[in-house]
Design a protein around this ligand. Sequence first.
Ligand SMILES: [Zn+2]
Length: 139
Amino acid sequence: MSTVPGPMRIPPLLTELNTDFWTGGLAGELRIQRCTHCATYHHPPTSVCRNCLRGGLTAQVVSGTATVMAFTINHHQWSPTATTEPYVIAIVELPEQDGLRITTNIVNCDVRDVHIDMPVRVVFEPLADVALPLFEPDR
Ligand SMILES: [Zn+2]
């Protein structure tokens, strides 16, 4: 778990579609929606498979590893209670499927150490009634 004061956090609004994603971390699981018909993963969650156009999507636990595809370093303090330290906003790709990506923060390392193609793994940060999936270097 990340213990460093982080960016301003607003808990997500839980819906029938996204609850598994946002609460999976409470059980230590990264849960991504997957089609029961064609096995395509989807993120963000959807009510209809974007591949086969059918319903029947369920949450599936994935490995929790990923690769940094893109990132930026934020230096702006967006609220008086947020950290004044720079932090990384990143898009990471999960190995389970090409193009399966999550927007997240990279934590537990110096922001100057983050780079494209960096291997990372999920860690969860509790927030209200959810656990935010963040990623740290996979050493
Ligand atoms: Zn499908």
